[in-house]
Design a protein around this ligand. Sequence first.
Ligand code: COA
Length: 110
Amino acid sequence: MIEKIEISDTDSVYNYMDGEKILGYLEIRLVDGVIDIMNLFVNEENRKEGIGTALMNEVIEKEDYNRIMLEVNENNNEAIRLYTRLGFKEISLRDRYYGEDTAIIMEKVK
Ligand SMILES: CC(C)(COP(=O)(O)OP(=O)(O)OC[C@H]1O[C@@H](n2cnc3c(N)ncnc32)[C@H](O)[C@@H]1OP(=O)(O)O)[C@@H](O)C(=O)NCCC(=O)NCCS
């Protein structure tokens, strides 16, 4: 089950629950029709079960937005595959955003 918790006027967290236990979460910020993915995390032992995809789909389907943006480490292949599968496109790069690593900026337009 996915529950949404509003933290402020702009920020919300979606928790993927198994009873009382949180298996994964997705934190977003929505300002002026643009959603920023602030954080997406699934417990290591619960990965590759569709939880990350389910959390992202919840936002894609339920939120009211024009576009969704995120930054992902160029070496984070699991996350890049997930976002690409959901229709996100690379729009630019930020060198050394993660120490030595480059960030890929991705976007999905509604
Ligand atoms: C990136 C991350 C959120 C993905 O979460 P996840 O729950 O494992 O994602 P999903 O299960 O939806 O998809 C992952 C893979 O499992 C596969 N999968 C989903 N359900 C499955 C199932 N029931 N059986 C087998 N495989 C399955 C998906 O097809 C996908 O395969 P692919 O990587 O070959 O494309 C997770 O790895 C994570 O928390 N990483 C650390 C934090 C992080 O990097 N966050 C992103 C920051 S930008």
